[in-house]
Design a binder for this molecule. Structure first.
Ligand SMILES: Nc1ncnc2c1ncn2[C@@H]1O[C@H](COP(=O)(O)OP(=O)(O)O)[C@@H](O)[C@H]1O
Ligand SMILES: O=C(O)C1=C[C@@H](OP(=O)(O)O)[C@@H](O)[C@H](O)C1
Ligand SMILES: [Mg+2]
Length: 170
């Protein structure tokens, strides 16, 4: 079975939905952030602080290249993975790419009390979310499928992904 890549902005549910998908479809669950943290032996926020964002993006790029050689993986990508043209090409060739979306206010609410996303640890996170969404829109639009999850629960979002996959050759 092909890889399933969940992409999209922070806090749209990629990690939560990938867990459900992996169980339902008997795929190997890969949460890129969790695996990068384990490999680097520090949280993402510390990787950004001590080594810088470009170092983190290089780790993500290497990770995607390795994942693309495998199959049968339900991959929860970090929100910045599908923003790089090389990653986009590699992912679209090696699996089905599904973008989850939500409104900026929902993203803000979900991330407000969570300091684990360094890009949103700024004075005005709402402005940052809006700016980043705008900048990333043309990249996210290149996913094979997009699901608006704003009014959906995690379970309903997973079901929406399963519905799409029913029509895919996997
Ligand atoms: N559709 C949803 N409805 C309600 N809460 C959600 C939904 N999707 C995600 N969440 C919650 O928002 C937070 C961030 O979700 P997560 O799966 O980590 O997103 P991502 O991996 O896209 O950053 C978690 O607490 C999660 O339970
Ligand atoms: O959008 C981004 O650039 C990032 C998203 C995060 O993952 P989630 O999308 O799972 O929050 C994490 O990879 C890092 O904080 C950077
Ligand atoms: Mg995640």
């Amino acid at each position: 079975m092909k890889n399933i890549y969940l992409v999209g902005f922070m806090a749209t549910g990629k990690t939560a939905v990938a867990k459900i998908l992996a169980g339902r479809l008997n795929l190997k669950l890969v949460d890129m952030d969790a695996e990068i943290e384990a490999r680097e032996k520090m949280p993402i926020s510390e990787i950004f602080r001590l080594k810088g964002e470009p170092y983190f993006r290089d780790l993500e790029k290497g990770f995607i290249k390795r994942l693309a050689r495998g199959e049968g993986q339900a991959v929860a990508c970090g929100g910045g993975v599908f923003v790089d043209p090389e990653n986009i090409g590699t992912m679209k060739k090696s699996g089905v790419v599904i973008c989850l979306t939500s409104k900026p206010e929902t993203i803000l609410r979900r991330t407000a009390a969570d300091a684990s996303r360094p890009l949103l640890n700024v004075a005005d996170p709402q402005k940052k979310i809006e700016e980043l969404l705008e900048k990333r829109r043309p990249f996210y639009a290149q996913a094979h499928h997009t699901i608006d999850c704003d009014a959906l629960s995690v379970e309903e979002s997973a079901q929406a992904v399963l519905n799409i996959l029913q029509h895919e050759r996997l």
